[in-house]
Design a protein around this ligand. Structure first.
Ligand code: AMP
Length: 398
């Protein structure tokens, strides 16, 4: 079956048309600068030339219509008729406490996505706009919302509550939700498959280390804790996000520099993390290069990133009273053997022994520990689009 996977940002739309039988990508592409001057669609289909269209895209509806045209194009497309698409799977950032599984979109689902605008102000409005545009372009087929927060809904109260007055949880649902759920769920399942662990008696830690980064503790296939919180700001040091921070820092900077709370949040989300510490870039490759050239701040940024990852893994070993397997995924986790090796050096007390040769692997599934290692450590490439397509298919087949 062909499932179209849509991931809408405020000014972008990414798509993949996936054949779920062969798990292959038939076509994929990106609409950039929607609503801004210089809009562009880049479309790639297996075995065909890249197709680029530079046309104004004032809104997501126009972008979706252009995607449809590209998919149906006699030269660059892969479909003869829209009816060859069985369903559309939409990535949605925030489902609050309401969804722990994918859902077929109806008016109630749209209301929840809208009600969560405050929780995902950058993503949820764009996600809903994309859904409405796709419904108009592809009426009569199921549209499924797959939430980034869903996998983490199994966290117990002790893990998801903030230690602030309980009334804020009751009144406003302020609690930890966690993100990257589709990736964590996909990688945890895949780790279970390749490790041969008993799904009902397993302790896995998934480290999703990319530009955004989070770690999840998965016990018996279910998330029991994760490092991101109410928003994707909490937890690890990321490309531009600070991760964990003493809230007192905000008050201190606010008073010193006369900044309001929105400016401070912008600082923590967009100007901090690897970028803020190194002063070089948010991209790990650039920071690594700067460190190699002797840049002290870049070196500290890399060290602090690795240190925080190791601390979270240690915390989750405690949370589960043990760990059977650790999986590294996303841009850094899949490609950077040095970071993986440095993180695992902190974890020597667990009896982890890295096979340095195998740990050079990039972007491929691999067991990177030696046979006598007490905990197995894997590289498991994430595939959020395939996971969304598979979850969409599973739901429409029910
Ligand atoms: P993601 O958000 O998962 O796309 O990951 C993006 C991050 O992965 C960027 O900071 C990249 O620098 C990093 N990355 C991608 N490839 C490599 C690589 N070969 N070595 C180190 N970091 C990489």
């Amino acid at each position: 079956m062909n499932i179209l996977v849509i991931n809408c940002g405020s000014s972008s739309l990414k798509y993949q048309l996936i054949d779920t039988d062969s798990k292959s990508v038939l076509a994929k592409g990106l609409c950039e600068r929607i609503g801004i001057e210089g809009s562009k669609l880049t479309h790639e289909a297996a075995g065909k030339d890249e197709f680029v269209v530079e046309n104004p895209m004032p809104d997501h509806q126009v972008a979706v219509d252009m995607v449809m045209k590209a998919l149906l194009d006699p030269k660059y497309g892969v479909l003869k008729d829209i009816s060859e698409i069985s369903a559309v799977g939409h990535r949605v950032l925030h489902g609050s406490k309401y969804y722990s599984d994918p859902v077929i979109v109806n008016e109630d689902v749209k209301k929840v996505i809208r009600d969560c605008y405050d929780l995902g102000p950058l993503h949820n409005p764009a996600n809903l706009t994309g859904i409405i545009a796709c419904e108009a372009a592809m009426p009569g087929i199921p549209h499924v919302a797959v939430f980034d927060t869903a996998f983490h809904q199994t966290m117990p109260e002790k893990a998801f509550l903030y230690a602030i007055p309980y009334e804020y949880y009751e009144k406003y649902n302020i609690r930890r939700y966690g993100f990257h759920g589709t990736s964590h769920s996909y990688v945890a399942k895949r780790t279970l498959e390749i490790s041969g662990l008993d799904p009902n008696n397993s302790k896995i830690i998934v480290a999703h280390l990319g530009n955004g980064a989070s770690i999840t503790a998965v016990q018996n296939g279910k998330c029991v804790d994760t490092s991101m919180g109410l928003t994707p700001l909490e937890g690890l040091i990321m490309g531009t996000r600070s991760g964990d921070i003493d809230a007192g820092v905000l008050q201190y900077i606010a008073h010193k520099e006369n900044k309001d709370i929105d400016e401070l949040l912008n600082l923590l989300n967009k100007k901090s993390g690897m970028l803020g510490v190194s002063g070089v870039s948010s991209d790990f490759r650039d920071v690594k290069k700067a460190e190699e050239e002797g840049n002290h701040r870049a070196k500290v940024a890399n060290e602090a990133f690795v240190y925080r990852v190791a601390k979270y893994i240690g915390a989750y070993v405690a949370a589960m009273n043990g760990v059977d397997a650790i999986a590294f995924t996303a841009g850094v986790g899949e490609n950077d053997g040095i970071v993986r090796g440095q993180v695992c050096e902190y974890l020597g007390y667990l009896g982890i022994k890295i096979d340095e040769e195998v740990n050079k692997v990039r972007g491929k599934e691999a067991l990177i520990t030696t046979p006598d290692s007490k905990v197995k450590v894997y590289v498991v490439p994430t595939n959020e689009e395939l996971s969304i397509a598979q979850q969409t298919l599973a739901l429409i087949r029910k």
